[in-house]
Design a protein around this ligand. Structure first.
Ligand code: IFM
Length: 438
């Protein structure tokens, strides 16, 4: 399965159209210093108005699978209220997707929580569960017959840890107890979506997407190895273990101590609900992480080694072999034969439009090498079933605003003109051949 991936807030724009209400990201963007250049999602890639053109471009390049997310604030603008105009937008989008012969993967939550929910405490308030139930149930009722791939939650780590712990993402809080509470509620929402899908007798496949890293210790010292285990526990195991094993990692609960207050946010039945691996695991992979122990005041008491090359424009180390290692590890420890999808992989690069072309050789090489890592895993019997490149369009890269370009399509934000980059033409050939060329 060769696909491409986007998310609602990052591309749609039309922030105040079609009955959409503000999301936490609309609010966060307005706080000075939170987003580079004070960028926001009001217009973004104007996909809300240009979706026909965008889908046509996907088709033209030969993509057959498209992963996108729905904006919760377009569907549920106030507690208990369904906005038909929002539903109709996605219905028209799906018409286009279907006519182009593309198979959609619909992500229920990719970080744009309605601001009205944040005003009630957002992901830290357990009431979010019932509001999510109405939202997810509405989408399944309206689109259940048209969607064969459902993604429940995209990267619960980011919405919880970055949103409520480090404060880098909306809503920008810095409180570890809130972060772990939010993470738990996000995971329960995965379980709620799984329950709804089953209760409604839908035939499509459903699964969660986790952002995962292969973690290496900077040295063979006991301290560094323990630091690597903590990073793995923080980013990977805290999310994968509840979904696949029905428990939180004991070593991390002990390490977090007061920050999880005896895990008092976990109620009876929660872990059973979360413990639903579903039909597949989506993995978003970008870089590996190398850490060393450090007696600093960080939560994990470690330092991440910064590499100067090879890195992407975000400074993320390019290390495709770690994707192979991660896939092996995930299959052995979690999925055990359940299908895996790379639901995101790609690179931010300093692209320039010169005489109508973008020569993004670095991105092409990045994708090539990561596909080669996937191929190696598959050849050894690994159950990797698909690859969705991140991203189709240059878009709003969260706290980095529009300063970082991830697309295989260049977007000129002043004119909204789309230009397929060299990597897009190359991917088009890979898809047509169903094989990697050099
Ligand atoms: O742009 C994001 C996306 O929204 C979630 N996964 C990582 C991407 C690159 O940072």
């Amino acid at each position: 399965i060769w696909g491409t991936s986007t998310s609602s807030f990052q591309i749609e724009g039309a922030a105040a159209e079609g009955g959409r209400v503000p999301s936490v990201w609309d609010t966060f963007c307005r706080i000075p210093g939170k987003v580079v250049n004070g960028d926001h999602g009001d217009i973004a890639c104007d996909h809300y108005h240009r979706y026909r053109e965008d889908i046509a471009l996907m088709k033209q390049l030969g993509f057959r699978y498209y992963r996108f997310s729905v904006a919760w604030p377009r569907i549920i603008p106030a507690p208990g209220v369904v906005n038909e105009e929002g539903v109709e937008f996605y219905s028209r989008l799906l018409d286009e997707v279907e006519q182009a012969g593309l198979t959609p993967m619909l992500t229920l939550f990719h970080w744009d929580l309605p601001q009205w929910l944040q005003d009630m405490g957002g992901w830290t308030n357990r009431e979010v569960l019932e509001h999510f139930r109405l939202y997810a149930s509405t989408l399944m009722d309206r689109f259940g017959h048209r969607i064969s791939w459902w993604n429940t939650i995209n990267e619960p780590y980011c919405a919880s840890i970055l949103g409520y712990g480090t404060g880098e993402h909306a809503p920008g809080h810095q409180n570890w107890y809130e972060a772990f509470t939010a993470a738990h509620h996000l995971l329960i929402c995965h379980g709620i979506a799984m329950d709804l899908h089953r209760e409604k007798g839908l035939s499509g496949q459903i699964g969660i997407t986790l952002n995962m890293e292969h973690v290496d210790a900077a040295s063979a010292s006991d301290e560094d190895i323990a630091a690597a285990a903590r990073r793995d526990g923080f980013l990977n195991r805290w999310f994968a273990e509840p979904v696949f094993h029905g428990r939180y990692p004991e070593d991390m609960i002990a390490w977090y101590g007061e920050h999880v207050r005896g895990m008092d946010f976990v109620q009876e039945g929660d872990l059973e609900r979360i413990h639903q691996p579903g039909d597949f695991l989506g993995i978003n992979y970008y870089a590996r992480c190398v850490v060393k122990a450090a007696a600093n005041d960080s939560l994990l008491q470690l330092e991440q080694i910064k590499f100067t090359e090879p890195v992407t424009d975000l400074g993320w180390e390019i290390h495709p072999d770690s994707l192979y290692k991660l896939l092996k590890h995930v299959e052995q420890n979690y999925t055990k034969g359940l299908p895996i999808f790379i639901t995101e992989n790609g690179a931010a690069m300093k692209d320039e439009l010169v005489e109508g072309e973008v020569q993004d050789t670095g991105r092409q090489q990045y994708i090539h090498d990561h596909l080669a890592a996937c191929h190696r895993f598959i050849q050894e019997g690994g159950q990797l079933k698909g690859y969705y490149v991140w991203s189709f369009l240059d878009n709003f890269e969260w706290a980095f605003g529009y300063s970082k370009r991830f697309g295989i399509i260049y977007v000129d934000y002043a004119t909204q003109q789309r230009t397929p980059k060299q990597s897009a033409h190359w991917m088009s050939r890979v898809i047509a051949a169903n094989a990697l060329e050099q």
